[in-house]
Write a protein that binds this ligand. Structure first.
Ligand SMILES: [Zn+2]
Length: 340
């Protein structure tokens, strides 16, 4: 569990900006936290909420104790003065009722209502809108007034992954705070000092590189959470004559098992490509070591790296999987070039 601001690695500008605002009594209003996955946005929200609500330490000190009832409730998601909204797993947007209540209880419940109730603990109110990428016009319209004129001693934090995904009406009413991307050095420090990983420097650096700065993806790689998936995939890749149909089927199967949520599916695919990169890198190293490098190995490595790059830009995951599987099997890269 993150317990103080030193653990928000690589985001010193964010910390000092918030500290200045708190100590000059000008914190408040609406903030849009923007940054790629795994750069610390949720850590930041948790830290800020505890900083404001801790019963032991004053907000200006920026040293929430982490142990008092308030700190623990914030982290457990049960603090009465923290109001949260997130996209339900089975929805593609955040439903309006989350903001203004059900049809028969309009403005008597929901985010906007709860935020206007006086703080039960007499201090700050913190509103958190997770998944701000999934706000639609209707939802945003319900929020505008609250974002524009939040009650006093209230801070509203919206969490999103990119500025382009935010509606202009939302953007214009919030101060934007950019969180990340993390530098390579900061990512390594975060993995070692905060997550306590003890793998070799080279392994940590490799995981950081492969995961493109997404700390959650790097952790999954290093901690081998996907152990079973990894060993099956490596069996396919190691074969003298890799079977494109089997590889492609295995990929699709894993992606489907990851669920319907697009970010989860993409995260699974990222893990699979990452495991491939890792595997071919190790194979190449071993071949160089024994003086028997095979051209196909470096082609397969490049092809896996390309798949990782294409992942964020491509909407057609099955095409991506199929072309990857057939190139890996052939040990050559299709001439089509990268999907643009
Ligand atoms: Zn505390």
């Amino acid at each position: 569990m993150t317990s103080n601001w030193s653990e928000l690695v690589g985001q010193d500008h964010v910390r000092s900006g918030l500290q200045a605002a708190i100590s000059q009594n000008r914190l408040g209003g609406s903030y849009l936290l923007i940054g790629p996955n795994g750069t610390g946005k949720h850590t930041l929200v948790d830290l800020l909420a505890r900083t404001l609500l801790c019963r032991i330490s004053e907000p200006q000190a920026m040293m929430p104790c982490g142990h008092c009832e308030a700190c623990q409730q914030v982290t457990a998601g049960t603090h009465p003065d923290v109001v949260r909204v997130a996209k339900p797993k089975d929805k593609t947007v955040i439903p309006v009722k989350e903001f203004i209540g059900e049809q028969d209880a309009r403005m008597k419940e929901g985010f906007c209502h709860d935020l206007r109730i006086r703080p039960l603990m007499g201090g700050w109110k913190v509103g958190i809108i997770d998944d701000a990428d999934f706000l639609n016009e209707e939802g945003a319209n319900c929020l505008l007034k609250t974002l524009e004129e939040p009650p006093s001693k209230t801070v509203i934090l919206l969490i999103g992954t990119s500025e382009q995904k935010q509606l202009p009406t939302i953007r214009s009413r919030c101060q934007t705070i950019r969180v990340g991307p993390l530098s390579r050095e900061a990512s390594c420090r975060l993995l070692r000092e905060v997550h306590g990983l003890e793998e070799s420097e080279a392994d940590v650096l490799e995981a950081v590189e492969i995961s493109g700065g997404d700390i959650h993806a790097a952790l999954r790689l290093l901690q081998g959470e996907s152990g079973q998936i990894r060993s099956t995939l490596i069996r396919f890749l190691e074969s003298r004559t890799p079977d494109p149909v089997a590889i492609s089927k295995f990929f699709s199967q894993q992606v489907n098992e990851a669920g319907k949520d697009p970010p989860k599916r993409r995260a699974m695919l990222r893990d699979l490509f990452s495991i491939s990169v890792q595997h071919f890198r190790q194979q190449l190293r071993a071949e160089v070591f024994t003086g028997q490098s095979l051209p196909k190995t470096s082609i397969r490595l490049d092809r896996s790296l390309r798949a990782l790059r294409e992942l964020d830009r491509s909407a057609n995951q099955s095409a991506l999987i199929e072309s990857f599987a057939s190139d890996i099997a052939a040990g050559e890269s299709s001439e089509l070039g990268e999907i643009g």
